[in-house]
Unconditional design. Structure first.
Length: 134
């Protein structure tokens, strides 16, 4: 089992942008998403030089995205019932972890995720290998 805390503001995966330049179509990931993925990868590399789980191993991911609470929110508010959606935070994390925590995010067969408000933005994750037999 791997437990990791990544101290960064969670960023939702933005849709790829497509532009036409001189008659050619180009698609790219928006800068904010690309930077967020790079920050997550950097933190992962500080702990793991190679993916700790081999390819084809099923994995379970538990993740908590701790977001900065806006000043306008009451102190008692714990859960951000607003955009961005939790699934978009997950997409950013899964893409950033490819080839660093797992070989491919297709290995993630179970996900438990939540987003909460906290004092210091961060991402808590726990990764567990699941038996692939009955």
């Amino acid at each position: 089992m791997i437990t990791l805390t990544i101290y960064t503001e969670p960023v939702a995966k933005a849709r790829a942008r497509t532009v036409v330049n001189n008659g050619k179509v180009h698609s790219f990931t928006p800068a904010k998403t690309a930077i967020a993925e790079d920050v997550i990868r950097y933190e992962i590399v500080q702990h793991y030089q190679a993916p700790p789980y081999p390819a084809k191993k099923p994995l379970a991911l538990t993740v908590v995205f701790v977001c900065a609470k806006p000043v306008s929110k009451p102190k008692k508010t714990i859960y951000p019932v607003c955009k961005p959606d939790t699934d978009n935070y997950i997409k950013t994390l899964l893409d950033a972890g490819n080839h660093y925590l797992w070989h491919d995010d297709s290995q993630i067969v179970s996900i438990t995720a939540s987003k909460i408000y906290g004092d210091r933005p961060r991402i808590y994750l726990t990764l567990t290998e699941i038996s692939n037999s009955k």
